[in-house]
Design a protein around this ligand. Structure first.
Ligand SMILES: [Fe+2]
Length: 304
């Protein structure tokens, strides 16, 4: 989905004290994506989460404006990037993880179930064996795994639904919940991509809402609303439980599932999806160049 909100806004959500990270959110307006920097205030060790490799879909030309912006912020704040993380293989934008890993020397990581998503998409593209997630990411994280971040750690929480292998990263009172919740005046993310299920998304969101009420949830996307032109991306568990129209306290599981499925049935595919997934399932690398030195993407026709 293209966002009507055009600025590359940056916001700092400061550490709340011991055990709580500094978080910066950097808005990517072309796809309405929010990229995050999560840092230990004591050691300045930092993780980059869901960084965008900018794609101009009119010319199929890539640029690293967003990564450049994020790395400039890291330099300005004196941060050492020690991780380059994705929450899931994104359908709406291309990940900058491979390039970010090369530029920073930091290891890349994504969820351990992502090879199953790769299998589904090898079927869709008719490219058996094209993706090797184990090769293209340095680490595949399992449920409950603890990733060190200076004196803090990020805990991995499997949160499938939007994709079958999505994970959230929980660092102290900050939870990077990507495409599960949207902002409390919007609702939740779609669950209709291949391998996604509304039932699993509900269960994943319930696990997120069981985190302490003051937990800061940082979402993957925001496109504004008719009443709100500025993008937002942070809200507490308590705020979601009080007023998120899809999942607030008192919502019944089946009512949510019916509502989500009805909404998803009306949604078009994101315009970059077929480009994005074949690159994201290579960790942010283009397909091997052909004999003329150029890389080519493959688009399924009449399948969706
Ligand atoms: Fe997504």
């Amino acid at each position: 989905m293209t966002s009507p909100l055009k600025e590359r806004i940056v916001r700092h959500s400061p550490s709340r004290g011991a055990g709580s990270p500094d978080v910066w959110g950097i808005y990517e307006p072309d796809t309405g994506s929010i990229q995050y920097v999560c840092a230990d205030p004591a050691t300045k060790d930092a993780a980059l989460i869901d960084i965008v490799w900018n794609l101009d879909p009119k010319h199929y030309r890539f640029s690293t404006e967003s990564l450049d912006q994020v790395l400039a912020l890291a330099r300005r704040e004196g941060l050492n990037v020690t991780w380059v993380l994705d929450t899931h293989p994104h359908a709406d934008h291309v990940t900058a993880s491979a390039i970010a890993g090369e530029r920073t020397g930091a290891p890349t990581g994504i969820g351990a179930l992502v090879p199953r998503i790769a299998k589904i998409w090898e079927g869709i593209y008719n490219t058996p064996g094209a993706f090797d997630v184990t090769r293209d990411y340095d680490r595949l994280f399992v449920e409950g795994e603890r990733i060190p971040l200076g004196q803090l750690e990020m805990q991995v929480m499997l949160s499938p639904g939007h994709t079958l292998g999505s994970i959230s990263y929980v660092c102290g009172d900050a939870a990077f919940t990507h495409d599960t919740l949207m902002q409390p005046d919007v609702g939740t993310s779609r669950a209709d991509f291949p391998g996604g299920t509304t039932e699993e998304l509900w269960d994943s969101i319930q696990a997120i809402l069981a985190l302490p009420p003051q937990t800061r949830c940082f979402v993957g996307h925001d496109y504004g609303t008719s009443e709100r032109r500025e993008p937002e991306w942070e809200a507490t568990v308590a705020e979601h439980k009080a007023r998120n129209p899809h999942v607030k306290d008192g919502t019944k599981r089946q009512d949510y599932i019916d509502r989500r499925d009805a909404r998803d049935a009306t949604l078009a595919l994101p315009d970059r999806i077929f480009a994005a997934l074949q690159i994201n399932l290579r960790g942010g690398r283009l397909p091997e160049p052909e004999a003329d030195g150029a890389s080519y993407l493959k688009i399924p026709v009449n399948k969706f």
